[in-house]
Ligand binder design. Structure first.
Ligand code: AHG
Ligand code: MN
Ligand code: MN
Length: 358
């Protein structure tokens, strides 16, 4: 494709709107506002140690009890400020805010709800590894004036759109509005996101997996089985060698999987019984799951489709498995097989009486 044929995000959205003559334009202006927020965050992240936003936020903890970085706080403020005035939102919810954010009285209210993780992977900022922003757009329930937590507790299947920006060697915005997944690269000279990756598809097969192996002693048996089989390589039941990656920025892992396939797991484990998983459902798991499934991949808790989970809390955590369809389906199958709890039994291991099926 020559550069002249490259569409900007604005042009892409105008084309989309032409295909939906009833659309008011509210949705497009919301996406464009989010894109502005991402551009501003990208600029600050790119300044690195030259800017004055490096380091932790004076020891502050966020609502999850996690160490906040200055850039977490700044990115949250940027998302709120850029999106509150547009007149298309009824309210927002963020990883960094305990309660839903009310649109100030001075601005008109709209029909949509925005949830976001303003900066994902922020523990990587000081080591100059890719980070990102994740967002999800829902419809506000009819007649919403003051938003409350319940308004946001909608399953992932209700998402109108979802996306992420990745601040890496180049900045990209990856977006789904429910009709495939499209990737836009920020042209720093033009200041515009340009459509460079139309119709992204996750390859169905893979030989690459991502998991934080330091948690292996807390994994449930089906996850342990899956990873053990990958590690066994060509000599094991899978009959092929696997590669492993762990970036500790889910956005960056999701992006790699969109580009070349793979499977990502941050599964439910026994590390902290109070936390059924590490990642948050509404602004991390659901938007990424929507994107991955729109690109032909699969996203799951291990036990059910992620997008079908009925949320119970704004900051609820959940086990997450996503990526190449065949691998995710295999992991789901391992969660249902009756001998899943018997793996520690020598009768069921590789040399045992009941060899595990490939
Ligand atoms: P956040 O920076 O928004 O708190 O999210 C970080 C998440 C996710 O991006 C990543 O996959 C995971 O935490 C990394 O966890 P570990 O530090 O346990 O590897
Ligand atoms: Mn995150
Ligand atoms: Mn975050």
């Amino acid at each position: 494709m020559s550069l002249a044929q490259h569409f900007t995000l604005t042009q892409f959205l105008i084309e989309e709107r032409r295909r939906h003559p009833d659309a008011t334009g509210d949705f497009n202006s919301l996406i464009l506002n989010i894109a502005v927020a991402c551009k501003r965050i990208s600029r600050t992240v790119a300044c690195g140690a030259l800017g004055d936003m490096h380091g932790s936020a004076g020891g502050a903890l966020n609502v999850q009890g996690e160490q906040q970085q200055n850039l977490d706080v700044l990115s949250n403020d940027v998302f709120l400020q850029v999106n509150e005035w547009g007149g298309n939102l009824a309210g927002m919810a963020s990883e960094e805010l305990e309660e839903p954010y009310q649109i100030p009285e001075v601005y008109p209210r709209g029909r949509y709800l925005l949830t976001f993780d303003p900066l994902d992977g922020s523990s990587n900022i000081d080591v100059n590894v890719s980070v990102g922003s994740i967002f999800s757009i829902l419809r506000a329930p009819e007649g919403t004036d003051v938003v409350c937590e319940e308004d946001f507790l909608q399953p992932g299947t209700s998402q109108v759109a979802a996306g992420y920006a990745i601040y890496g060697p180049s900045t990209m915005l990856v977006l789904t509005i429910g009709e495939g997944v499209h990737g836009f690269t920020l042209d720093p000279m033009l200041g515009e996101f340009v459509l460079t990756h139309p119709d992204l598809r996750v390859p169905e097969e893979t030989r690459e997996f991502a998991i934080n192996a330091s948690n292996s002693r807390f994994w449930e048996v089906p996850v342990k089985r899956y990873v053990d089989e990958c590690l066994a390589g060509a000599a094991g039941p899978r009959g092929k060698d696997f590669n492993m990656r762990w970036i500790a920025s889910m956005v960056a892992e999701a992006h790699r999987i969109l580009m070349r396939g793979g499977v990502f797991m941050y599964p439910r484990d026994t590390k902290d019984p109070g936390k059924p998983g590490r990642l948050r459902l509404l602004y991390e798991a659901n938007p990424i799951a929507f994107i991955i499934e729109q690109a032909g991949g699969r996203a799951s808790t291990g036990r059910q489709a992620l997008l079908s989970v009925e949320p119970t809390g704004l900051h609820q955590r959940i086990g997450v498995v996503f990526g190449s369809k065949q691998e995710v389906e295999r992991i789901e199958r391992y969660h249902t097989e009756p001998f899943a709890g018997e793996l520690e039994n020598p009768l069921f291991n590789e040399r045992g009486l009941f060899r595990l099926p490939a």
